[in-house]
Design a binder for this molecule. Structure first.
Ligand code: GLN
Length: 543
């Protein structure tokens, strides 16, 4: 029988609710339980696929091809579980399902109302996940902040669920405690107000996680306890940290796991606890020798903060791989556009140990990226191309090695030699403007060619399964000339005969993938492509 833990946020957004939920999950899993997590986003979009990553952060893709919020990626990384479309709920999804059911007479002719029919649909979805996964714990993160209009119906669902199953539902509030500079003291009032707002929605939190710059001291915990109506032991410190992977360990310092078990009247099972997680955090904190990776992309009018959010899975995959070599990763954001204007700057690429061109859409910075790839190819700098980064590696090779001067991707030029092109079914979708959820999405099979570097990277497996998110593909009409000139098609999707991996011989590491390996990297099991890329980068650094 599943237990449900709802997590809501107080005071303000951006306080790391997603990583907190993921960390709670890791703690419970480490005590021998099966855990799953659901992200509820209040927006009306059916999924995150149509959203701008600069504004919304990375679009994470699950095995089944759901384009979802980046928090689902955090859940996967911390829980080390593959999640599915059921683990992601939006207002759009809920209303769409209710309206469709109504149209099919699913409500037997009665009046369908916002309350209780909308919260009931939310509850139905939560229980469905519990049933399907057979999890002991289902964590549910309610997006947004308490007190706003957008997430009210989700809080209502939580309240109704507690009413149905009082012993199996727990509420956690993650709140923020500011330390105003001039006052120099941690203030609890905003958190008290947040609890009141939650009370107005009929919910009393059982546990409060206090996010702040530093640990919560005793007086602060006491104050929150009295004014927010929770036990002092149930006020848990969540201070700022350098690495998100420290969060579970920090929560455990305040016995979060034990407190949750106590509330549910449960006992921890025999298990390894957080042992290997602790070793990982030790490496993160002590690794000194560096590996420096440059990411060539479009960086404009954004602060570092948004960048980190738009590329979070790539950043994490680089970290996981680097830590597995006990290296401290350093990531540098290199603007592709500057290489267009001043190609003499390209030589700075030699200062990095490896270069990545990540996925992307639109023509901005494309020529600069192609120049950077050419430089990596000619100067034997380890190169990993992800999706767009693979497509542009093909364009570069076609232009400069195969002498196809007008080679390009059809995405950027209508009249070109389209070495990258749309496949016929995508053409129809684009013409009809059916954009939402229609790219090649999710896991596809890839057959590795024996003897290639990629085949060795994947430990000589015949088939691998990786996640996709793109419309364009390597055009098979150009395959012959590309291969003749030395490009190796190292991975092919057997069902559709589509190229999934390209690589170059006589280069320390030059691999491009049509898929996104970054989505499957986990802190304790780095993705093999990132691991071998970092290995090559370390070797290159030693030169
Ligand atoms: N824009 C390219 C395509 O649609 C690449 C997409 C990506 O990098 N995810 O195929």
């Amino acid at each position: 029988m599943a237990r449900y833990i709802f997590v809501a946020g107080g005071v303000m957004s951006g306080i790391g609710k997603g990583t907190a939920v993921a960390s709670i999950g890791r703690i419970l899993k480490s005590k021998g339980f099966k855990v799953t997590a659901i992200k509820i986003d209040p927006y009306v979009n059916v999924d995150a696929g149509t959203m701008n990553p600069i504004e919304h952060g990375e679009i994470f893709v699950t095995d089944d091809g759901t384009e979802c919020d980046q928090d689902v990626g955090n859940y996967e990384r911390f829980l080390d579980e593959n999640l599915s479309t059921d683990n992601y709920v939006t207002t759009g999804r809920v209303y769409q399902a209710v309206i469709l059911r109504e149209r099919n007479l699913g409500y037997g002719g009665r009046c369908v109302e916002v309350v209780p029919d909308i919260p009931n649909e939310v509850i139905f979805r939560i229980k469905k996940v519990a049933k399907k996964t057979k999890a002991d714990f289902v964590l549910i993160e309610i997006g947004g902040t308490v007190g706003e209009y957008q997430n009210l119906l989700f809080l209502e669902a939580a309240r109704m669920m507690r009413l149905q199953k009082p012993k199996d539902v727990l509420f956690i509030l993650i709140s923020y405690l500011p330390i105003p500079e001039k006052i120099g003291e941690m203030k609890t009032k905003p958190t008290q107000t947040a609890v009141r707002l939650l009370n107005e929605a009929g919910i009393q939190p059982d546990i409060i996680l206090g996010r702040s710059r530093v640990l919560l001291d005793e007086p602060r915990k006491r104050k929150i306890s009295i004014f927010c109506n929770v036990l002092k032991e149930d006020v848990i410190s969540a201070p700022d940290i350098d690495s998100i992977y420290e969060i579970p360990l920090n929560f455990e310092k305040d016995n979060l796991g034990k407190r949750i078990f106590k509330k549910f009247n449960l006992r921890a099972r025999k298990s390894k606890n957080l042992k290997n997680w602790e070793s990982l955090v030790k490496v993160i904190k002590t690794a000194k020798r560096k590996v420096q990776i440059g990411i060539v992309g479009n960086y404009f009018e954004t602060g570092e903060f948004t960048l980190m959010d738009s590329y979070i899975s790539i950043i994490e995959a680089i970290k996981h791989a680097s830590w597995s070599f006990k290296r401290k990763p350093e990531i540098f954001w290199l603007s592709a556009e500057k290489y267009e204007k001043s190609p003499e700057l390209l030589k700075e690429l030699k200062d990095y140990d490896g270069i990545i061109v990540p996925g992307g859409f639109g023509s901005r910075g494309i020529e600069g990226k192609i120049k950077a790839i050419e430089f990596c190819r000619k100067n034997r700098i380890p190169y990993l191309g992800l999706c767009l980064g693979m497509q542009l590696a093909v364009v570069e090779f076609a232009r400069n090695v195969c002498d196809l001067k007008k080679a390009n991707s059809r995405e950027f030029s209508k009249n070109c030699q389209p070495v990258i092109d749309v496949i016929p079914e995508q053409k129809v979708l684009l013409k009809e403007k059916r954009y939402g959820g229609t790219m090649r999405l999710g896991v596809y099979k890839c057959e590795l060619k024996e003897g290639t570097k990629s085949w060795r990277v994947y430990e000589k497996q015949k088939y691998i399964f990786e996640r996709h998110r793109h419309r364009y593909e390597l055009n098979n009409e150009f395959r012959e000339i590309l291969e003749r000139k030395g490009m190796v098609m190292a991975g092919i999707n057997p069902e559709r005969n589509l190229v999934e991996i390209i690589e170059l011989k006589n280069h320390p590491f030059f691999i491009g993938t049509q898929f996104h390996p970054e989505f499957k990297s986990r802190p304790l099991t780095p993705h093999p492509l990132f691991r071998e890329f970092i290995r090559a980068a370390i070797q290159y650094r030693r030169r």
